[in-house]
Structure formats: C-alpha cells, structure tokens
Design a protein around this ligand. Structure first.
Ligand code: AHR
Length: 607
C-alpha cells in the first residue's frame, strides 16, 4: 500500500511539475506515458484524469506526465511537442480540434504509439482510438425522451440544451434525426458554458416555454440539466421532462440527481481512462490483439434501473465454457477466422464448443438455444444475417448468459448483447472507394458491385461505405450490381454472364470479398480481357491468394478485414468473466493493400 501511495505521489508530482521535469527524473520508471488533455475544466475531463492516474498507479513501471491545454489548440500542439522532448514512450491525447491536431498526432505516431481519446483525428495514423459511441448516445437520449413523453402522455416541443465548449455534433445530429423521424418539433439553445449556473441563468426568463409548448429538455450534460430544472421550478414548470448526460456517481453527479428526482434520466458516458492505461500497457509490452478502435458502452439510467447491479458471472469448475455459433466455412477468410478462435481458446484455457450453421438464421437461433440449455458461461455468435435476433438474445439475457458478437453485428438494440468484436465494414468499403477516386482522376467511372450475402452486415455496410465515398462525384456510376454470396464460383458466374451479355463495359469492380474477386478475375481472363488493365478490381479481406494477385496487378486494391479475432475475443471473454465491463464495440486494426504498399507488409501473412 505504501508503495502505491508513493507511486501515486510520484505521478502527481510529474503532473504538477511538467515544466521542471528533465529526462533524469522521468526515467525513474520503465515506461513514461505523456497525456495531453484538452482541458481540465469540464467535469468529464477531470474524471478522465482521475481514472488515468488511478489506473496508472497500479503499475510500478509507469510514469504519467499530464498536460492541460486549457481549451487552447495551439497550446495543445505545444504540449505534445514538449512531451516528445521529454522522451515519452507513448502518447495519450484527448484532442480539442481534431483537424488541427491530426498533423502533430501523425508525426508523433511515426515515432511512438498514440492512443486518441474521445474525438478521433483524421486518417488512421494512431495506434488506438477509445471513445464513446456518440451517435448511439444521441439515439439513446432521443428514445428516452420519447419514452418519457409517451408514458406521461405529453405532446409538445423538445428543447436541446448545448454549450459552445461541449461540441458534440454527432450526438446532436443523431438526437435530432430520431426526433425528426418521429415528427417531433425540436428547438436548440446554445449557452456559453456547460454548467448548472449558466443553464439556470439562460433558462430563467425563458418565456418561450409557453410560446413553443416546450415539454421536455435534453441537456448535453447533467449539470446543465440540473440548472434547467432549477429554472423550471422558479417558473412553476415542474412537469417539464429533463434528461441529462454523463451519469457520474458520487456527490453532485447525475446518478444522485436521478435519486433525488432532479432529473428524470441520464445516459452514462464513460471516459475510457481505465481502458486507455490498460491498452497502453499492452502496447508497451508488445502484446497481440490490441484493437484499432474501442467504443465504450453508454447506458440509459433512470430511477427504475439505477440500482440494477449486474449479476457477476460465476465460473463453476474453474474453466470458462464458451458456446460459439459460427457460420460454415464460406471462404478462406472464414476458415482463418474459425482456426484463430479455436487456437486462442486453447491458449486461454477456455472450453470452447463450436456449432456450424449452413448459413440459416433459424439454425443459428436453435444453436444459441442449445447453448443456453447447456448453461454455458458465454455465447459467441457470428450472425449470418443482422435481423431476427431479438427473441433469442432476450432468452440469453434472461438466462444471464452474455452474448459477444464476433465478426458480424445484429440490428437488435445494443443492450441485448454484451460487445461486438470485429472489423469496421463501412470503413473497409470506404477505403476501396477512396482508392478508386484516387485512381480515376478526372475521368468517368462505370462501376460494377459484387455483393456478399443478402441481409448480412458485411454486405450492407461495405456497400454503404463504398457508395458514400463517391456520393458527390458525378463521374461515378454503379451500372450493375449482383449478389454472389461471398462465393468464388458465384463471382465467376456473375462476371461470365455479364460479359457474355454486355462485354466488359465497366471500369471498376468492387467485390465485397476476395473470393468473389478471385472468381471475377478468372471470368475476365477466360473472356480474353486483362484484369488490372481493362478493368480494375477492388475487394475486401486480404487473403494470401488475393494479395498474390495484387502483386501481379490483377487485383488493384484490397481493404483488409482481419479474421484473426481469436486473441481479442478470448481476452474479452476472460476479462468479462473476471468481472470487467466490456466496451460496446472493439474494432480490429486493418490496412489497405495496393501495388504501392510496402512489400514487407505482404510477408508473414497468417491467412
Ligand atoms: O463477415 C466477414 C465476411 O464473411 C468476409 O469478408 C467474407 O470473406 C466472409 O464470408
């Protein structure tokens, strides 16, 4: 205990004496982590700083140096440069202005690992992003306001209360999108500071209540929500619904406000400070399975569920038992995916039972029900399609068996499963579209799209990301698309029939996976055309066979979808069974391969 207190004091000393530090003092510990915070005025950032310091204090070989940019972008850039001068081993940064900070983050990332928090910088030049799912938070807030208005049979306008220094357009856009969808009228009030007093002052004489029939307020943090409630009480408007955000425990926090009836609900917004230190240690120790993006779980909290303690998972007999509903071997990717998970389960000493489905929803649902009946500790599910899972996920939840989604996601609400581990399908499609735009220059592009399995998230999201990338370019047109079910033979058949009917009159082909792309190459060559010359092919996965074709110029661009999820999944299962709360979304690290890609990246591929 004494050592921990001394360590914490050492950490605190480092924080306070940033300007007085020198390399000799810093090198007391093995790893020095520099932290650049946007400010230390917002409560969220103070909680982040506390979490970082408390978690770091658990490690004897970690020193933290924390800088406070005080909301000034230029100062934050100076802070980062000064931290680099002190010889830090890893940077954790919560950026103020992501566009302005992207260049310096990219420069630091060329030398040491970088963990970006809260708001992601442009591009991919960072080791890991950890933050809330802001779009989900906006949706959760909107759905809670609608639920409360419906329960109280209230109709009217919803006021959204934001502040200039709490920029969260994603949350606001998602909030208003749901409100517009439900045809509710919203108003937006922007106040200078995200504080209780500022909210109370700006709402005190808010005579618009009556004029606009305001019946609910969504405040972008609990303190502003408190201020709104105080103003409403003075105006005799106690019946107006007030929903906040952040949900901090402890005195003055949002949870206390709910218990005392000040606000009607809030949405938790975890800072990720604990996760940041844990991943930083894993990165510094060279551990495998560090993801690229971690989106933290946010939960809607009200007086009914505020005391709902999550039942801990009890492991009988010491070995964790996992039931895994996996899709049959539909591709080289799938084989690598299954092998990786089976291998990792052995390494983590986890008892894994795999059931394969011939790609039918009903069959997979039955498999999940069998795992529930067997009372496994955790269920892993790679859902063939995204819809139709609500009922069986509710059964697993009722049985207190957590479900972790592997590889593909579902359309069920985020509180119906524990976590998602896999690639970012939308980004994979977007990366192919961005390559095509860079390749086509000012010319026109007639495009063919080979779609994966109908109703699956890789097909829908890759198509979404790809088509959005050139949405504003009038020279791009998808002239033909067809499903080929991620299958090489079907890819070949679709191309053969198309060429027979139309000749090869397209400039680019976007295949949702390598197997279909490889089938397309065979058909194009069989028809006497040259893939890579007469038509350029983009695909997703990064299998060995596809990368060989990239080197030969037959496939022009492959966006990686990493199937080697085993280590990340089994670490998540282990963490969960040790009582840790898992992030909502864990996205694996993925790159893009073209003929210009450094040849070293093609070597040692494991699938
Ligand atoms: O869900 C991932 C996709 O499934 C892969 O991209 C594809 O090869 C597999 O069929």
């Amino acid at each position: 205990m004494i050592r921990k207190v001394l360590t914490l004091l050492a950490v605190m000393t480092m924080c306070l004496s940033l300007t007085a530090c020198n390399k000799a003092v810093i090198r007391e510990k093995e790893h020095v982590i520099g932290v650049s915070l946007a400010n230390m005025s917002e409560q969220w950032r103070l909680v982040l700083k506390e979490e970082l310091e408390e978690e770091a204090a658990k490690y004897d070989d970690i020193t933290l140096i924390i800088s406070d940019a005080a909301g000034n972008t230029e100062k934050q850039i100076e802070d980062v440069n000064r931290l680099m001068e002190y010889g830090i081993d890893l940077l954790i940064i919560s950026p103020i202005d992501t566009k302005a900070l992207s260049p310096v983050v990219s420069s630091v990332y060329s030398e040491i690992p970088v963990i970006v928090m809260d708001r992601v910088v442009e591009g991919y030049d960072y080791s890991l992003f950890i933050g809330p799912d802001n779009e989900l938070i906006g949706e959760q807030e909107a759905k809670k306001v609608l639920e409360l208005m419906s329960e109280r049979n209230v109709k009217g306008t919803v006021l959204e209360l934001r502040s200039e220094n709490l920029a969260s357009d994603e949350r606001s856009d998602a909030f208003r999108s749901v409100m517009n969808e439900k045809k509710l009228t919203t108003m937006n009030l922007l106040i200078p500071e995200a504080t209780r007093d500022c909210a109370e002052d700006n709402l005190a004489d808010f005579s618009s209540y009556a004029a606009n029939n305001i019946r609910a307020i969504f405040a972008h943090n609990d303190y502003m929500a408190y201020g709104a409630r105080l103003a409403l009480e003075k105006l005799g408007k106690e019946d107006v619904i007030v929903v906040g955000l952040d949900g901090y425990p402890g005195p003055g926090g949002g949870l206390e406000m709910i218990k005392s009836g000040i606000i009607d609900a809030t949405v938790s917004c975890p800072t990720g400070g604990i996760e940041a230190i844990r991943y930083a240690v894993a990165i510094l120790n060279g551990e495998s399975g560090v993801p690229k993006k971690v989106l933290l779980r946010s939960t809607v909290i009200d007086s009914l569920n505020i005391d709902e303690a999550k039942e801990p998972i009890t492991i009988e007999g010491g070995k964790i038992r996992v039931g895994y509903a996996q899709i049959r071997e539909d591709s080289a990717w799938r084989k690598a995916n299954t092998d990786s998970i089976i291998k990792a389960a052995k390494e983590f000493n986890i008892d894994l039972e795999v059931k394969y489905s011939e790609t039918s929803l009903e069959e997979q649902i039955e498999q999940v029900r069998e795992f529930i009946k067997d009372d496994v500790d955790v269920i892993l599910l790679s859902p063939f399609v995204e819809d139709g899972w609500d009922q069986v996920l509710a059964e697993a939840k009722a049985a207190n068996i957590p479900v972790i989604l592997s590889d593909r996601s579902v359309s069920s609400k985020e509180d119906m499963y524990t976590s998602f581990v896999g690639g970012d399908f939308e980004e994979e499609g977007r990366k192919c579209g961005e390559w095509m735009l860079s390749d086509m220059g000012e010319g026109k592009a007639r495009i063919m799209e080979l779609l994966g399995s109908k109703g699956s998230t890789p097909a829908s999201l890759r198509s979404k990301g790809f088509n959005e990338s050139f949405r504003d370019n009038p020279n791009c047109e998808v002239v033909y698309s067809a499903y080929a079910d991620f299958n090489a033979d079907l890819g070949k058949i679709v191309l053969s029939e198309y060429i027979k009917e139309n000749g090869l009159d397209v400039d680019y082909i976007f295949a949702h996976n390598d197997d279909m792309a490889i089938g397309a190459v065979a058909a194009i060559e069989a028809a006497g055309y040259r893939p890579g010359v007469d038509v350029k092919i983009m695909s997703v996965d990064g299998t060995k066979e596809a990368l060989k074709m990239v080197k030969k110029g037959k496939i022009s661009c492959v966006s990686e979808c990493n199937p080697l999820l085993g280590p990340v999944l089994m670490k998540a299962v282990t963490d969960l069974c040790e009582g840790e709360e898992l992030p909502l979304t864990i996205v694996t690290d993925e790159t893009v391969f073209t003929r210009d890609t450094d040849k070293s990246l093609f070597k040692g591929r494991k699938y």
